[in-house]
Design a protein around this ligand. Structure first.
Ligand code: KG4
Ligand code: ZN
Length: 347
């Protein structure tokens, strides 16, 4: 099945055509990062306006790969994300599917991120890789999910405050590095010593949430950010080289350590032999190295997305729809933007 995917949940406008869930015929992405950078973060009004301006061009680019009559479905992210941004993609997708008289498929952005690992070259099939544990680490979300089959999700843990990507972005801001902070900290940390300055590895406490999630599989990053704030107050020289590199590396190590430890506990508790890690933060080189090491130690198969599919893109949206997942039929036409959509219920 040839599916056109549309993604406008945050600050990337994207369209892609994927055949049969796995063959990416085209994938066009317009990143708005440069427009949001002067503001130090995503400005929702700018994001939605940019989606409106750029989506038509991106649809043309994506559809250069396929004649319109050969398109069989339109898939679109309907949450989670910024309401005003989600609405742009959702409205466009509904209009296109209605005009072409083909099915509309609503896709959960977090599920699409998870599916991105199956777009990689030589990746196994999704259904054959289950059961698995997924760590989804993006700018807005950090969660651990058990997957028993495509579409069957149980949330094991999540952050109780900031997402991992947010911790990178906020930390970078304190260090005077540019937005988005993840790539900047990744780059600067490569020159630093990760053990010279130790930042705390905060654990989520049982009292912090009441969702039936296991505290040992939950994350907390806001204390880490505060400790960086205090460190910089006491060591103003740390925002300049050569100390900057060590501070960034120590801060990154704390985030990575917390993510890897939680994920290891989830794998051991769930006794599964496959781990999928996806979302923008899965680009982080130190996180990848630590995950490879951990997975080898546990003899667990590690699935990671290719670089092009880590950050927001529409190939993961069209791909997931192409294997029969997502909201279809009348329910799809009734979909509204769901800014707080989650992945899987807690046990
Ligand atoms: O998945 P994504 O593109 O958008 C959301 O769905 O949120 O993730 C964006 C996040 C940002 O917080 C960004 O700083 C982070 O991914 N990121 C990284 C790296 N590249 C992007 N974090 C750490 N290291 C990186 N190399
Ligand atoms: Zn995302």
């Amino acid at each position: 099945m040839n599916v056109l995917g549309i993604e406008t949940s945050c600050d990337e406008t994207a369209a892609a055509v994927v055949a049969d869930g796995g063959t990416v015929l085209s994938s066009a992405v317009f990143s708005q990062v440069a427009l949001h950078r002067p503001h130090g973060g995503v400005v929702p009004e700018i994001a939605s306006r940019q989606h409106v301006e750029h989506l038509p061009q991106l649809l043309d680019e994506a559809m250069a790969a396929l004649e319109w009559p050969r398109l069989q479905a339109v898939a679109v992210t309907y949450g989670p994300g910024l309401a005003s941004s989600l609405l742009v993609g959702l409205s466009a997708a509904k209009a296109l599917a209605l005009r072409l008289n083909i099915p509309l498929i609503g896709i959960n952005h977090l599920e699409a991120h998870l599916y991105s690992v199956f777009l990689a070259r030589n990746a196994p099939r999704y259904a054959e890789s289950c059961p698995l544990v997924a760590l989804i680490v993006s700018g807005g979300h950090t969660c651990l999910v058990r997957v028993d089959a495509p579409g069957q999700y149980r949330r094991l843990g999540q952050t109780i405050d900031d997402a991992a990507g947010e911790a990178f972005d906020k930390g970078a801001k304190l260090l005077g590095l540019e937005y988005p902070g993840g790539p900047a900290i990744d780059r600067v940390s490569a020159l630093g010593d990760a053990v010279r300055i130790a930042f705390p590895r905060t654990r989520a406490l049982k009292a912090d949430f009441a969702e039936g999630l296991a505290p040992e599989l939950c994350f907390s990053f806001s204390g880490l950010k505060t400790s960086l704030l205090y460190y910089l107050r006491d060591h103003p020289e740390a925002v300049r080289p050569p100390v900057l590199e060590d501070v960034a590396a120590g801060y990154q190590e704390a985030i990575v350590d917390v993510l890897v430890r939680g994920t290891k506990r989830a794998l051991q508790r769930e006794r599964v032999r496959t781990l999928a890690v996806a979302g923008g933060v899965s680009l982080n080189r130190r996180l990848r190295a630590r995950l490879i090491e951990m997975a080898a130690g546990l003899q667990v198969r590690l699935l990671l997305p290719e670089a092009a599919h880590c950050a927001d893109n529409a190939a993961m949206v069209a791909g997931l729809a192409g294997i029969g997942q997502g909201v279809t039929g009348e329910a799809a036409w009734a979909l509204d933007a769901c800014p707080n959509l989650e992945l899987g219920a807690a046990e």
